[in-house]
Design a protein around this ligand. Structure first.
Ligand code: CTP
Ligand code: CA
Length: 238
C-alpha cells in the first residue's frame, strides 16, 4: 500500500468516529459487554487526522494502549464513554458538527432493565438470577434521521456468515434498515475481526453496490473506508 497518509483529501473535514464496545451494567461490579477492542475505530481516527481531518473520537471502553495512537494528538479529541446511553448522548451532541460520521463502535443491543445498586450475591438468592433486558435505542438510525445536508454517515456490520453471498446479503439488508450512505461489512468469528490486527471489509454504498473490498491491517482498511467517504463527500457537494 502507498503511504496514503501523505494525501490531504480530508483537510478541514470534521469527522466523528465511534469506537470500542459499550458496557451495560448489571450491578456495580458487573456488566454485559462485547469483544470489540476499538482498534478499527482508532485506526480510522488516526488515518482521518493524518489526511487532514479534525476528529472527535467517542471511545467506548477502549484500552489506553489502543488509544495511545491518538491520545497525544490535538487533531483528535477523545471522549470516553461507557454505556450505549452515554454513547448516544455524546453522538447526538457531536454529530451536528460533523461532516462525516463513522459508527465503528459495537453498541450493546440490550441493557439490563433494572440495574442493581448493590452487588448481586449468591447468598441472597437460591437460584441463578434471570436478567430482564430491554432494547437500546439504535444510535445510528437516530443519527441518520437527524442527518444534515451533505453529511455522510457510515455504518458497520460485523456478521457471522456461512459464505461470501450470505455476508453480502446480510449487509444489504442492514444497509436498507439503517439508511446509511455507506456500510462497511466484515465477517467475524471466534477469532476473526476483534482483537486481531487484520481485518477484511467490503464497503457497500446506499444502493447496495460494493464500492471497495479490502483486506489487510486495520490501518489499511481504515484508509480504504476513508477513500469511500471522500468520494461520498464529493458526490454530496455536487
Ligand atoms: N448500532 C447503533 N445502535 C445500536 C446498535 C447498532 O448505532 N443500538 C450501529 C453500530 O454501531 C453499527 C451498525 O449500527 O454501525 C450495525 O450494528 P449491528 O449490531 O450490526 O446491527 P443491529 O441493527 O444491531 O443488528 P444485529 O441484530 O445484527 O446486531
Ligand atoms: Ca447489534
Amino acid at each position: 500500500l502507498q503511504a496514503t497518509s501523505s494525501r490531504h483529501d480530508l483537510d478541514e473535514v470534521r469527522v466523528l468516529v465511534t469506537a470500542g464496545g459499550t458496557r451495560e451494567p448489571i450491578d456495580p461490579v458487573r456488566f454485559i459487554g462485547n469483544r470489540s477492542s476499538g482498534k478499527q475505530g482508532v485506526a480510522l481516527a488516526a488515518a482521518a487526522a493524518d489526511r487532514g481531518a479534525k476528529v472527535v473520537l467517542l471511545a467506548a471502553n477502549v484500552e489506553a494502549a489502543v488509544l495511545a495512537d491518538v491520545s497525544e494528538r490535538d487533531d483528535v479529541r477523545v471522549v470516553p464513554v461507557g454505556t450505549a446511553a452515554e454513547l448516544e448522548a455524546a453522538a447526538q451532541g457531536a454529530a451536528p458538527g460533523a461532516d462525516a460520521v463513522i459508527m465503528a463502535a459495537a453498541v450493546a443491543d440490550y441493557r439490563v432493565a433494572e440495574v442493581s445498586d448493590s452487588k448481586l450475591r449468591k447468598e441472597d438468592s437460591d437460584a441463578p438470577p434471570v436478567l430482564e433486558l430491554v432494547e437500546n435505542p439504535d444510535i445510528l438510525v437516530g443519527l441518520v434521521r437527524a442527518r444534515h445536508d451533505g453529511q455522510v454517515i457510515v455504518g458497520f456490520a460485523a456478521e457471522t456468515a456461512e459464505d461470501a453471498d450470505e455476508l453480502l446479503e446480510r449487509g444489504r439488508r442492514k444497509l436498507a434498515r439503517k439508511g446509511v450512505d455507506l456500510l462497511a461489512v466484515n465477517a467475524v468469528g471466534w477469532v476473526q475481526g476483534f482483537e486481531s490486527a487484520e481485518n477484511a471489509v467490503q464497503v457497500l454504498d446506499a444502493d447496495g453496490r460494493m464500492v471497495r473490498e479490502i483486506g489487510g491491517s486495520k490501518r489499511e482498511v481504515a484508509e480504504a473506508i476513508l477513500d469511500t467517504v471522500v468520494d461520498e463527500l464529493a458526490a454530496a457537494r455536487r
